[in-house]
Design a protein around this ligand. Structure first.
Ligand code: BTN
Length: 305
């Protein structure tokens, strides 16, 4: 955490001459104020003003912090949520140098992508938290529909694919205090306008971008505003307990249902099976080769057909 914050401060003129030790002496409360100030400065590639001007929401995105380059927007979001940032706050960065993917993987985030994190304070039972990831996937697909992409699908739990290639990943992290969930950070990464050649070799084949799929570059400020609107809409359904409605949408967009997969769950042996559907808690229901059913709550599902 400290490293992330120091990194941001180091790029500011008033701190650039200071040593890391000197920066560490700044009061932690001041850190949060300075980070918020930096997040309000205009940047070159994206525009906080354009995003906020075109945004038609009540709560989500009422506070937006936009950075040129952070290690991970999820880490900044976590820091800010522990230092007074409210439900609906959005943290965006033009680039990320150490972004986090699911299952401890690194997430490549060059300039030209949409890299953002939302701070939310869900008013539901903890057992429903995994549903937030599913709901976010639905919000992304609906946002893509609004910009003219009508064939996006969701691969359980949180990959958004277009034409079998990944265009978006979602990483949800809960912030707990004394065993209760204080806030949830929803990190969304959308490959928008960059050339896939800038990614490492192993990612290039399985990745697509909005630019590739649409045949033209997108206005990322506009896509962000649309995404936040869709998120607010589905968030309302979520807070009112409309989980069945969310699951219905998820099933409609599912890439996984009806496929043969290899399931890799943490701390257990991998196995093959057929994806029957998704349970009411958001677990993937898989029929194993021997006919028994498994509910997959976390881990990876590799499509085999
Ligand atoms: C995945 O592995 O598919 C999830 C990727 C999530 C990436 C996003 S980009 C914005 C936010 N900040 C991070 O460090 N990760 C998420």
């Amino acid at each position: 955490m400290q490293n992330e914050i120091i990194n941001i401060l180091k790029k500011e003129e008033r701190f650039s001459e200071k040593t890391i030790e000197e920066i560490r002496e700044v009061e932690i409360n001041d850190f949060a104020d300075i980070i918020k100030e930096v997040g309000h400065q205009e940047t070159e590639y994206l525009s906080r003003n354009k995003i906020m001007d075109s945004l038609n929401t009540e709560v989500i995105g009422k506070e937006v912090y936009l950075f040129k380059d952070v290690m991970s927007t999820n880490t900044v979001a976590k820091f800010l949520s522990e230092n007074g940032a409210e439900h609906g706050t959005v943290i965006i960065s033009e680039k990320q140098s150490d972004a986090k993917g699911r299952l401890g993987k690194h997430w490549e985030s060059p300039l030209g992508g949409i890299w953002l994190s939302l701070i939310v304070n869900p008013k539901v039972d903890h057992s429903k938290i995994p549903m937030i990831t599913l709901a976010t996937g639905v919000a992304v697909v609906k946002a893509l529909e609004r910009i003219g992409i009508d064939n996006a699908e969701i691969k359980w739990p949180n990959d958004v694919l277009i034409n079998d290639k990944k265009v978006c990943g979602i990483l949800t992290e809960a912030i707990t205090k004394f065993n209760t969930i204080e806030n949830v950070i929803i990190g969304v990464g959308i490959d928008a306008n960059f050339d896939v050649d800038v990614l490492s070799k192993e990612l290039q084949e399985g990745t697509t971008t909005l630019d590739i799929e649409l045949g033209h570059k997108v206005d990322e400020n506009n896509v962000i505003a649309i995404l936040l609107e869709e998120f607010e809409k589905i968030g309302r359904v979520f807070n009112e307990g409309g989980f069945e409605a969310i699951l219905k949408e998820w099933r409609k967009y599912s890439y996984s249902i009806g496929k043969i997969v290899e399931v890799r769950e943490p701390f257990s042996k991998s196995y093959d099976g057929y994806v029957l559907g998704i349970s009411r808690e958001g677990a993937l229901v898989v029929e194993k080769i021997d006919g028994t059913l498994e509910k997959v709550i976390s881990g990876e599902c590799i499509i085999k057909n």
